[in-house]
Design a protein around this ligand. Sequence first.
Ligand code: PMP
Length: 390
Amino acid sequence: MAPRDPILGITEAYNADKNPKKANLGVGVYYDDNGKLPLLECVRKAEAQLMEKTGPRGYLPIDGLAAYDKAVQDLVFGADSAVIKEKRAITAQAIGGTGALKLGADFLKRFSPDAQVWISDPSWENHRALFESAGFKVNSYPYYDAASKGVNFAGMLDTLKTIPAGSVVLLHACCHNPTGADLTDDQWTQIIEVVTTRGLVPFLDMAYQGFGDGIESDGKVVRRFADAGGPVFISNSFSKSFSLYGERVGALSIVATSADEAARVLSQLKRVIRTNYSNPPIHGGQVVATVLATPELRALWEEELAAMRVRIREMRQAFVEKLKAKAPGHNFDFVIAQRGMFSYSGLTKPQVDRLREEYSIYAVDTGRICVAALNSGNIDYVVDAVAKVL
Ligand code: PMP
């Protein structure tokens, strides 16, 4: 038997728990204030439009729906981006963010078989396994500093300064999973400088665009890397930002150094896709393309995404303030500064165990909690329990 997936295992245990006050903070999913997975109104409206003109289901092109790929490019690079105008960026629809990462990994393995991959310590738990399964040796660079509850930037930069040219460096574009600790603009400047001058290959994973500070500002890092010349790999996902987890909508974009190189890259990427799953499914891509290309729906999406972002921020604030009252000896202010759905809370494994066993509150053993699973109905119960285990 293969070991159980650590995070999906938490949800299984949570589902079996009979305590009516139970809370699942182990998930990587945004829930609304009623604790429900939202169906965005922009998605519902786009689907209603699509149903009106529903048609036959031929195969999509290998790289997906053209309107989707174009919409993703504009979103990720900005519609007025030089790399788009110069035709240096290519984008292929992918099966979620995970699928995009795997396409990028398979592509890189084919053309850079001796390179090694570097991921942050810690990182999304699937990064290592995914690149290893593509045949890479996966190393990690220092990232989280438990003492300061922030980024060990000096450690990160020092490591990037020593790894061989051609190494693939996986970076979280925003809303670092699992820590919630992001780099500042100035720190990104230094990372871009080192990556570019040392000939490293940046692979930006952007699974949470819009959950940090906004669509534009979360995407800024991608644009800055693109402006620095390329090559750059970008995987993005609409699982969270459109609440379309099960439709598996994401994309892989690659910035090449010339239009000619970009055309060759796309042709080779299509071979990777063809031998993986041939071509992507239609529905999710159509929904996202419709929303992004229809001004009213796009405005609605931006509103709904902003509401999710604001709610998470409010939960961060409430968690910290309430905890200050219940556990005055402890400082959780860092939770407010963190970005995205997650927080490395600093809770230890024994504390996480007690939360589960005594209070039916489920978190990841590392202390990662999903702030987006907190709501006005469960936050007092969660804060009380956390204060008790502290
Ligand atoms: N990268 C990161 C950092 C993630 O957190 C996730 C989703 N949890 C993914 C990629 C994968 O996204 P998707 O669910 O769209 O495959």
